[in-house]
Design a protein. Structure first.
Length: 414
């Protein structure tokens, strides 16, 4: 009831003359009635799940009316500038949005990404678009499967607004999710994350927390080799311009608050934002194993200086640890995507680290299934993301099966 009221209130606020709240209800209510009649009953979590699907579909339609693949085209513009020896980074603050569209906003990614985007820009635009979208869809599906979702849930997740918006805009965060998805098998890949998003460096701290020195060393070596391999093409000056561009973008946010997106930095003084990010990071580092990695993914979202809907995908493992009712609430808040929805979702995700009963516990999903009350949860009876092979499709009573074998070992489970 609370979730439905929140959705109606939010959609009524966006464009009162369009009756978006009525349209949302017209999508949700018939679906709920059909389930009620066909199954002769409907549970509260099933109601919430239907609210999420109605909200996601409606929000996807609203936010995808124009500007398709704008982020990808921003990358391609930078790649074309690199190939033509032109300017790539914006080293001075901007005071207004580009007249040509959002695809002309400053490029913020590290120089080693430029040769890739440069080569991609050489393709016909339609071919580059299709290749990028196909690669992004494959990456997110592989990642969701690695987190433990069955194929039907992984495919349904493509309409969840943060993922759909990442695919629609062509944002690099979607293919970069593969770094997190593969972390249990290829932990060293986490060291490559900061090339795309600096806050991904927070996730790579998991390797230090686990004392996975071999994986950390391998990842750092791969990062160093990539930087050295691209240095003859990028030179040193582009690295200086990149750092200047990051500082200029931070200054630009003071003039254009929309550049913060829905990040906490938009609503809090800098000192308060840094304090919240630091406390969240320290709390995340308390846990180890899969839970610790999931927490660090969420901590990287909290610490993001600019944050958009698609940036929340790194919080998916932490959200999946929530019990079904809290998971569906968070999924709906993220689908609505307006203040205070995303901020509440972050608060709920972090609160579940400390409040008993918000997160799933060992054995409860299996007990619910044996009693005939299967939980409506994308992980089914799996408790934690990144399940071992024996965990898929069935809960395990052995807590050791959900932890690493020993400190310093990544990707091996009993």
């Amino acid at each position: 009831m609370v979730l439905g009221a929140f959705a109606l209130w939010q959609f009524a606020q966006t464009a009162p003359g369009n009756k978006d709240d009525v349209t949302w209800a017209a999508v949700f209510v018939p679906a709920a009635l059909v389930v009620l009649v066909v199954r002769r009953g409907i549970s509260p979590t099933e109601v919430m799940a239907l609210q999420v699907f109605a909200t996601a579909l409606f929000a996807d339609f609203q936010s995808s009316m124009g500007g398709g693949l704008r982020d990808l085209h921003l990358y391609l513009n930078a790649g074309a500038g690199f190939m033509n020896h032109g300017a790539v980074y914006t080293t001075t603050a901007i005071h207004s949005y580009p007249s040509g569209g959002l695809e002309y906003l400053p490029f913020l990614y590290a120089p080693p990404t430029l040769p890739f985007f440069g080569l991609l820009s050489e393709l016909p635009r339609n071919a580059a678009d299709v290749l990028w979208v196909a690669m992004s869809v494959a990456a997110v599906l592989v990642s969701l499967r690695a987190f433990g979702l069955a194929w039907r849930w992984a495919l349904l997740a493509l309409i969840w607004t943060p993922i759909e918006q990442g695919l629609f805009t062509g944002n690099v965060v979607i293919p970069s999710l593969l770094v997190l998805g593969a972390a249990m098998r290829y932990g060293g890949a986490l060291a490559l994350g900061p090339l795309l998003k600096p806050q991904n460096g927070i996730v790579s701290l998991w390797l230090i927390r686990e004392r996975a020195w071999r994986s950390l060393g391998g990842g750092l070596l791969a990062l160093l080799l990539l930087m050295l391999a691209t240095l003859p093409f990028t030179g040193i000056d582009l690295w200086r311009d990149w750092l200047s561009g990051l500082m200029a973008y931070q200054e630009s946010q003071q003039y254009l608050h929309g550049l913060y997106g829905v990040g906490l930095g938009r609503y809090l003084p800098m000192w308060a934002f840094l304090a919240v990010a630091a406390v969240t990071l320290l709390a995340a580092l308390v846990a180890r194993g899969r839970e610790g990695l999931a927490r660090l993914g969420l901590a990287s979202v909290v610490a993001s200086p600019s944050l958009w809907s698609h940036g929340f995908v790194f919080a998916i493992p932490s959200f999946l640890r929530l019990r079904a009712e809290w998971l569906w609430l968070v999924a709906a808040l993220m689908s609505i995507g307006q203040w205070p929805g995303p901020q509440l979702a972050l608060a709920i995700g972090v609160a579940a680290w400390f409040i008993k009963g918000m997160a799933r516990r060992e054995g409860e999903a299996g007990a619910a299934e044996r009693s005939g009350r299967r939980p409506l949860h994308p992980l089914g009876s799996i408790i934690e993301p990144w399940p071992a092979a024996g965990d898929r499709g069935a809960a395990t009573a052995d807590p050791a099966a959900h932890s690493l074998t020993r400190p310093g070992t990544v990707g091996q489970v009993p």
